[in-house]
Ligand binder design. Structure first.
Ligand SMILES: [Zn+2]
Length: 621
């Protein structure tokens, strides 16, 4: 979905940076269980939603990760693990048809019953790494991934605003080359942005209809699906006419016009509704009710819960009205257009895994029956994306399974009352995950109650006037670069004579941003806690203030907090050759009240080449 402002920019793609830190610190929330897990078992007397319809109580047997048989009184080998499914419902593992995957997203998704994520824009290198691990059987504790990799957009178009450098399309003449480059990177399908922002009251460039048509044709030439992000009804019509296989998002700028659903039907498109993010775009935090749901809350870490309670800011001139989105889904569904469940996690109001349960609820609100909503998250996407090995419960298919209490074909919210989740026959360790979340919450509570770091009373971090680069509190300053994530950017910092306002010294930071990573960074990091990345309670302060001068490029402050799920909040600043004071209220860093700050990073990023800047009189007020 379209994003703008600081709020959005801290999200989604920036979690790549967080990933780098997470990897470097090896702080994955839980560890894969047994090395050779059980992949064969039988579930007895269980109600089965097979991806299309409800079967009366039957047995389902699984052998070596695949469904072996579905029927009454199945005979299995002696010693086979038995699961009593009486009163419960077994469903195919859920498929989320629109999300953005980085960091631990796939692990989190699996815990909530999502066994396949169809990513609609992420880092192709991350995707490649997941594919490698998947192929060697190492990804058993995480959802399976299909991805568009880098999306297709124009310079300064939607998708370029996250501080990550991506290739952009310049003309329809290069459509085939552009698409082929994505496929060479491993894209499973092509995702195109066709949205100029007008529906939300803002403005950015987008591909022309001619370019859109050319890119779709280029994808089709390679027998790949083309999925088009749309933001308005006019955009949706254009995309359908241009030959899109599917639409990502549902329009919400106008009520669906008579004939809109019919147009979609005639062109055989599917529509990934993403109602949960559409609702959040309409400034209602769609995921808020999930946070207090007793079946989900113990599995939601602070970062996930925080994000579920967010929504997008609204802009003057926005035409967004969630009722239009519901009406459009209703019209499409009535016209027999396949509607698929997608969350667009981790955008504001959503989180991986848990949000699919809200999406199902909203699809029912739009007029689908509970069983139809479940189809939209199982056999529907499997069919639309040609994933013939999953999405249904039938012999020979992957044992991607979700066992829940009650009957979600009666009350769709029953999908939240999860008994067990299996990916290719391996049960997800929900107990360990829950324990890890509980531990994280305990630490979070402890940080919230912690005193401010000793020495932070005056608010001064460093004025660099004592002949050193020391800080008045915390673990001090250190160089941070993307080298910990495999990048090639470099930085060094040193004391410089002559600071702001005629003071003695400043901190000089020089280096080079490499283009080896799309999310390159290099700079100087201040750790306010007793050790690097140990959280400190700075909530007594409201504003970060410092003086800076530099070479006129754009620099960035990133604040890492534990409640941010280790996704940094960021804000840019530009400085020229004259010293200038920069003031950044914590409230500008969405989600940061300062009680759990792990690090404050002053860096150059994205734009390749050498850089130099200096900071001085860095303080909190
Ligand atoms: Zn998206």
């Amino acid at each position: 979905m379209h994003k703008s402002s600081n709020q959005a920019s801290r999200l989604a793609l920036l979690s790549i940076v967080a990933l780098a830190f997470v990897l470097a610190a090896a702080r994955l929330p839980y560890v894969q269980s047994a090395p050779s897990p059980v992949k064969s078992f039988v579930i007895r007397s269980v109600r089965v939603f097979d991806g299309e319809k409800l079967l009366p109580a039957v047995d389902v047997s699984v052998k070596n990760g695949f469904i072996k048989a579905v029927g009454k009184n199945l005979k299995v080998a002696a010693g086979t693990k038995e699961v009593d499914g009486a009163g419960d419902t077994l469903l195919p593992g859920l498929i989320d048809s629109h999300d953005h995957v980085w960091g631990d997203a796939l692990k989190q998704a699996l815990i909530f019953g999502v066994t396949t994520e169809l990513d609609m824009f992420s880092d192709p290198k991350f995707d490649a790494d997941v594919r490698t691990r998947e192929a060697s059987g190492q990804n058993l504790d995480a959802a399976d991934l299909r991805s568009s990799g880098t999306l297709v957009t124009v310079e300064k178009g939607h998708g370029t605003e996250y501080g990550i450098k991506i290739p952009t399309l310049a003309s329809s003449a290069e459509a085939q080359t552009f698409v082929d480059a994505r496929l060479a990177e491993g894209s499973d399908y092509i995702k195109i942005i066709y949205d100029d922002g007008h529906a939300y009251g803002i403005n950015f460039p987008t591909v022309t209809k001619e370019e859109l048509t050319a890119v779709i044709a280029a994808a089709h030439k390679r027998h790949k699906l083309a999925v088009v992000h749309i933001g308005s009804q006019a955009g949706a019509r254009d995309a359908i006419e241009a030959g899109a296989d599917g639409l990502a998002h549902i329009l919400e700028d106008d009520p669906p016009a008579p004939g809109f659903a019919q147009l979609a039907k005639e062109h055989h498109v599917f529509v990934v509704a993403t109602l949960t993010v559409n609702e959040s775009v309409a400034s209602k935090a769609s995921g808020e009710s999930l946070v207090s749901d007793p079946h989900l809350s113990a599995y939601l870490n602070a970062g996930a819960a925080g994000n579920l309670k967010r929504s997008f800011p609204s802009h003057p001139g926005s035409k967004v009205n969630f009722a239009n989105a519901l009406a459009a889904v209703r019209a499409l569904h009535s016209a027999d257009v396949p509607v698929l469940a997608g969350t667009d996690a981790p955008n504001p109001g959503t989180t991986h895994g848990a949000s699919i349960h809200r999406e199902l609820e909203l699809l029912v609100q739009a007029g689908l029956s509970p069983a139809e909503a479940l189809t939209a998250a199982t056999s529907g996407p499997a069919k639309a994306f040609a994933l013939s090995d999953r999405g249904r419960i039938a012999p020979g298919l992957r044992a991607d399974l979700l066992l829940v209490k009650g009957d979600p074909t009666q009350d769709v919210t029953a999908t939240r009352d999860i008994v067990a989740v299996w990916k290719t026959g391996v049960e997800a360790d929900r107990i360990a995950y829950r324990a890890a979340v509980a531990k994280e919450k305990e630490q979070e509570a402890a940080t919230r109650g912690a005193p401010a770091p000793a020495g932070s009373e005056s608010g001064l971090i460093s004025n660099f006037d004592d002949g050193t680069t020391d800080a008045k509190f915390g673990a001090g300053w250190s160089v941070s670069t993307d080298s910990i994530a495999g990048g090639k950017s470099t930085a060094e910092m040193k004391l410089k004579h002559g600071g702001a306002n005629g003071s003695k010294g400043a901190l000089q930071i020089t280096g080079t941003i490499s283009d080896a990573l799309p999310y390159a960074w290099a700079g100087a990091m201040f750790s306010p806690g007793p050790a690097p990345f140990a959280p400190a309670n700075l909530s007594g302060k409201k504003t970060l203030r410092f003086w800076a001068r530099g070479d006129s490029r754009t620099y960035r402050v990133m604040i890492f907090t534990t409640s941010g799920g280790r996704i940094p909040a960021m804000k840019n600043f530009s400085v020229g050759s004259e010293w200038k004071e920069v003031s950044m209220p914590f409230s500008d860093f969405v989600g940061t009240d300062g009680h759990d700050v792990m690090a404050i990073l002053f860096c150059a990023s994205t734009e390749a080449g050498p850089f130099q800047f200096a900071i001085d009189d860095v303080r909190l007020e």
